[in-house]
Design a protein around this ligand. Structure first.
Ligand code: COA
Ligand code: ZN
Length: 252
């Protein structure tokens, strides 16, 4: 991959902003930055170099998400629109490689200091595979011992603009640890497949398969340093804005 493409999305956004200042808008048809709805890359349509980089990244992205059926795949759930496959660290190399490739894409899209997994040898990767054999969702789960409750902010805002601001605000959480079992280290759904309950079904399946013989409650799972999307999803999924988090950066 070209160097520029490996940069995180946020880093790309920032560098794009400074690059933009050097481009003069001479009325080009596609002037300005474009965020690809599939791969998430932000690029300048007016720049052939940028467009070429995008095409290269976009193709690698789709290649990583292509799923070729394995003989011994571990299907943990089946739906009308796809299935969920679980990959464990001791699985055959090709399966582990797929999990790693997808995680690389996810980390690139989440686009910031991803906290390393506490114990890669115990990580469970759940992939949602569509009927078209494309990986459209990924959840990486790990064992944790404790988590912290998000402190709900008093809701005093009303306008949609203020609501949007509120969502992007850094959240605060309690300093009192609470016992927890399963950490959602990463959760990601392919852009065009969002809001179809894929993340919801991934978490449902994690709750029923993460610990043998028990169905975890939403009080036993925690989300790693949630993004604004993640926060909205978790609030809805756990039916409370005070869901559990872990791996956050102190000072948040
Ligand atoms: N804004 C508001 N509510 C949202 C939301 C969003 N962006 N995403 C999910 N929800 C809520 C909705 O109430 C939704 O139900 P509805 O669609 O019937 O209204 C419910 O959560 C279930 O959502 P679901 O369809 O299961 O989520 P998803 O498959 O779209 O995936 C994410 C959610 C967060 C995984 C997805 O947006 C994503 O991949 N984002 C980029 C990566 C990321 O930020 N991951 C979170 C890391 S903590
Ligand atoms: Zn793209």
């Amino acid at each position: 991959m070209p160097h520029g493409v490996q940069k995180s999305k946020r880093a790309r956004e920032l560098s794009k902003q400074s690059n933009d200042q050097m481009i003069i808008d001479a009325g080009q048809k596609h002037f300005g930055t474009i965020a690809c709805k599939s791969c998430g890359m932000i690029y300048t349509a007016a720049s052939p170099e940028d467009e070429a980089q995008h095409i290269q990244y976009h193709e690698r992205f789709l290649e990583c998400l292509r799923y070729v059926c394995w003989k011994k795949e571990r299907v943990v759930a089946e739906f009308w629109d796809g299935k969920i496959v679980l990959i464990l660290p001791d699985d055959p190399k090709y399966a582990v490689k797929k999990a790693e490739d997808v995680q690389e894409i996810v980390d690139n899209e989440l686009g910031f200091k991803q906290v390393a997994l506490s114990c890669p040898a115990k990580t469970k990767t759940y992939l949602f595979v569509s009927n078209e054999k494309m990986i459209v969702g990924c959840l990486v789960a790990e064992s944790i011992k404790q988590a912290f409750r998000v402190l709900s902010e008093p809701s005093t805002v009303h306008s949609p603009e203020q609501d949007a601001l509120q969502q992007h605000r850094a959240w605060r959480c309690s300093t009192e640890p609470e016992p927890a079992v399963c950490g959602v280290s990463r959760i990601w759904v392919f852009g065009p497949a969002r809001r179809r309950g894929i993340a919801r079904r991934l978490v449902d399946v994690v709750r029923s398969t993460f610990m043998y013989g028990s169905y975890l409650s939403t009080e036993e799972i925690a989300f790693s340093d949630p993004t604004p999307d993640g926060k909205q999803f978790a609030t809805e999924y756990c039916q409370t804005p005070t869901f559990l988090v872990y791996n956050f950066v102190y000072g948040n």
